[in-house]
Design a protein around this ligand. Structure first.
Ligand SMILES: Cc1ncc(C[n+]2csc(CCOP(=O)(O)OP(=O)(O)O)c2C)c(N)n1
Ligand SMILES: [Mg+2]
Length: 796
């Protein structure tokens, strides 16, 4: 138990905080004269001032006090700065504690290193202004506000020894994701999980407006936090001599509460939802900075948000104010003649891996244990004949995930995240050995619900995805399964996580972390019962825009391909893996050996569905996605029957990135392989799961890319039958046949004669007649025509 803080400790803590503030201001403003040993001159100032002061002193105040707590208690703490724009504060602190120089020896703990620290900040060739990937100790850049608590909870799950401190900006608290993320305590089990300590940083302002919570009464903020399940502790004021002992005491209290909750739950071995402590820290924005500038108040107002003195180079008064401001921290007391933090202050930082910048949990790859995966072939569906039997592909994956849970019970490093659709997505076999997690009362009527579950069902895509991100960033594995359309809710998080990975792989000291695996099921094409709102394949385009170094998109056409793909994704690191496949019963195409081979290649010719043997097709029919595959194979089947002379090749693409040229994506096939699949000049009718332009973008730069005629999701949807969905979007087998017949005819300079001819116009009329039949039938019978609904592949 920590003992009360002494006056002497407070004085040192204050000095440490002043050092951090000094370094923060130095990073924002100075390119030279770091210790102010000469009078400050305009040329010492950076030409472009890019950083955020306002949040920084609060972040450093918390950091310094956490250092104290860690030293007192040996607590295992990581620090997540919600207002990640306070980058210079966190950089200052990891520099002061020594971790920064260990990773970046050039930025040494002396005057030269301090100058480098200042010069690199927010400058070309330097480091970003936020708590970004290069910042030691960070798993949360905080650039896009709103995700600090979801990341914190994800990090705390299955990390019983860890305390995750999450600083929440009061502006950030206005975001939808943050507002929803307080609910993490309903899923945090004090027996097996770590603790999350939220610190709501009520500095009253965001960029230029006051914050909602900043203008709310303490009673209202208290009610909010109580209602969310927390016990709020307020610390308010601006006199450091008062604030230090208060905050230190509050941290001690919160630490003791956390310990008591965990000790009690762990002694009993059973867990109920605890009322976890949370801190509300009310301090002025830009605390200790200039009180006023040009006659306008700055400290304690929105004007402190970024750079309080903006004309330092040209305005002598601003220059004077800056010097005065920096000297108010009394650098001569803080740094020795070499520019090193004086020994008595350096001793305040925790040691080794207990330093928050060095904590291995914040470099999760250091702690990553590979999953023990069952052989995926064990879950194969038998496929005696392609396209002859319907199976729910995701159900096979559910069986495999059940055994992933089973095999990793000791390491406790796998979780499934899903907005309440695990059963609906046919993954319910996991409940044979796992339960849904809830810390709230469990009723006898509940289904597989317990505080010990690792299936995380919360109706918030932000929470699901954010928890998984926090979980993987700290070295553990998981899968987020979502309705396809609603993965767009958290698409921006996918973008931000991909950016994190893009930067992370450039840093040797950041060890590889498990990939972010997103399974999109209940897809656009088979939400025929839910309608237009549920029909949106947009996440493919989102992931497609990310760098090839981290982005992967898989469209397995059946169960065996899904198993192969999922196995690959669960083994991988540092990627965003998007897997798209529907949950409804669907025809199965490939037996396991064929599926393995197909997935290993990423795209291949389906010989059994093709009828050209001399590598000279009249048309190539290609598909990516389960429903497009069905329609393309059915189109090939129809053409083989009605135009047997026509040489049709069927190509299936399971790894979308293989279509890119190798310079764009590492999975991109070389030109020789591409030509082997798609020929050099034959027209390709391509049926695609998502929006057409993705395929055009992917094949850009390939030989005669204009011969790719893509059909995809055209924003046509409603509550209707499965086949009506493909008809409405012009991707039905009959549309594909029409396109193929037209293209094959147009591509021939000379009309074909004799044995190699077929009646293009008459066949097109037959397809149109079939579509007309469909229109009438579906409106009369409310189901698809038997010729479609009961269709199966048969050899010609
Ligand atoms: C999602 C999102 N929207 C808008 C912004 C732009 N932005 C950057 S900082 C900021 C204000 C943040 O206020 P607060 O969370 O209170 O942080 P602090 O006051 O500690 O700076 C805004 C709106 C952002 N970074 N992220
Ligand atoms: Mg604020």
């Amino acid at each position: 138990m920590p003992s009360a803080i002494s006056q002497e400790q407070i004085a040192k803590l204050d000095a440490y905080w002043r050092a951090a503030n000094y370094l923060t201001v130095g990073q924002i403003y100075l390119q030279d004269n770091p210790l102010l040993r000469e009078p400050l001159r305009p040329e010492h100032i950076k030409p472009r001032l890019l950083g955020h002061w306002g949040t920084s002193p609060g972040l450093s105040f918390i950091y310094a006090h956490l250092n104290h707590l860690i030293r007192q208690t040996d607590a295992n703490v990581i620090y997540l700065a919600g207002p990640g724009h306070g980058g210079p504060a966190i950089l200052a602190n990891v520099y002061l504690e020594g971790t920064y120089s260990e990773i970046y020896p050039d930025v040494s703990l002396d005057a030269q290193g301090m100058k480098r620290l200042f010069r690199q900040f927010s400058t070309p060739g330097g480091v970003p202004s936020h708590v970004s990937v290069p910042t030691p100790g960070s798993i949360h850049e905080g650039g896009e506000l709103g995700y600090v608590l979801v990341h914190a909870f994800g990090a705390a799950f299955d990390n019983p020894g860890l305390v995750v401190v999450a600083v929440v900006g009061d502006g950030e608290a206005e975001t939808g994701p943050l507002e929803g993320s307080w609910k993490g305590v309903h899923y945090l089990n004090p027996v097996r999980d770590g603790a999350v300590l939220p610190i709501l940083h009520l500095n009253g302002y965001k960029i230029s407006s006051p914050t909602v919570l900043g203008r709310s009464t303490d009673e209202e903020v208290t009610s909010l936090l109580l209602g969310e399940g927390y016990e709020p502790h307020f610390v308010a004021g601006q006199d450091p001599s008062v604030m230090h002992p208060r905050f230190a005491a509050t941290l001690e209290t919160c630490w003791s509460k956390i310990r008591a909750i965990q000790d009690d739950a762990r002694a009993k071995g059973t867990a109920r939802r605890a009322r976890w402590p949370a801190i509300v820290l009310k301090t002025p924005k830009g605390w200790t900075g200039p009180k006023s500038v040009d006659g306008l108040p700055v400290e304690g107002t929105f004007r402190a948000h970024q750079v309080p003195l903006s004309n330092v180079r040209s305005n002598p008064e601003h220059l004077r104010l800056l010097e005065q401001w920096m000297k108010s921290y009394r650098p001569e007391e803080l740094f020795d003649e070499h520019g090193r933090l004086v020994q008595s202050l350096a001793a305040l930082a925790p040691k080794g891996d207990r330093r928050m910048g060095a904590n291995p949990h914040a470099n999760g790859g250091r702690l990553r244990l590979s999953l023990d995966l069952p052989p995926f072939v064990d879950y194969a569906v038998p496929v005696a004949q392609p396209g002859s039997e319907h199976r729910e592909s995701t159900r096979q994956l559910g069986k495999m995930l059940r055994d992933v849970f089973k095999r990793n019970t000791t390491n406790k490093n796998f979780r499934l995240f899903c907005p309440d659709e695990t059963n609906s997505n046919r993954l319910g076999d996991v409940f044979e050995i796992e339960t849904r997690c809830s810390m709230d009362p469990v009723l006898p009527t509940d289904d597989h619900l317990s505080p010990n579950g690792r299936v995380m069902e919360v109706l918030s895509e932000h929470n699901c995805q954010g928890w998984l991100e926090g979980y993987t960033l700290t070295g553990r594995h998981g899968l987020f399964a979502s309705y396809e359309a609603f993965a767009m809710v958290s698409a921006s998080m996918t973008v931000q996580h991909a950016k994190w990975l893009e930067e992370g792989i450039k840093l040797a000291w950041r060890k590889p972390i498990p990939s972010l695996n997103i399974l999109l099921t209940s897809t656009a094409w088979r939400n025929d019962h839910n309608g237009f709102s549920h029909q949106g394949p947009g996440l493919i385009d989102v992931v497609l825009s990310k760098k090839g170094t981290v982005s992967r998109i898989y469209l397995p056409p059946d169960a065996n391909c899904l198993l192969s793909v999922a196995d690959h994704c669960l083994r991988s690191c540092n990627y965003v893996n998007l897997i798209v496949i529907d949950k409804q019963p669907q025809l199965q195409w490939l037996d396991m050996p064929a599926a393995r081979e197909h997935c290993a290649k990423g795209a291949s010719i389906w010989r059994w569905a093709s009828n050209e043997e001399d590598s000279d097709p009249d048309i190539v029919l290609a598909a990516a996605g389960d429903i497009p595959t069905l329609e393309i194979v059915a189109a090939a089947w129809w053409l083989r029957r009605h135009a047997p002379q026509m040489r049709v090749r069927v190509v299936n693409v399971v790894d979308l990135m293989t279509l890119f040229t190798p310079d764009v994506h590492p999975h991109g096939m070389d030109e020789g392989t591409f030509v082997q699949l798609f020929t050099r000049d034959r027209d390709v009718v391509f049926a695609f799961h998502g929006y057409q332009r993705a395929i055009h973008e992917s094949v850009h730069g390939r030989p005669h890319a204009e011969r790719f005629h893509v059909r995809g999701f055209n924003e046509e949807g409603t509550t209707t039958t499965p086949f009506d969905m493909v008809v409405r979007n012009g991707i039905s087998r009959y549309h594909l046949c029409i396109e193929a017949l037209r293209r094959a005819a147009a591509a021939r300079a000379e009309p074909l004669e004799g044995a190699r001819s077929w009646p293009t116009d008459a066949l097109i009329d037959q397809c149109k007649a079939a579509l007309a039949r469909h229109e009438t039938y579906v409106r009369e019978h409310f189901e698809d025509m038997p010729e479609v609904a009961a269709w199966k592949w048969t050899d010609a």
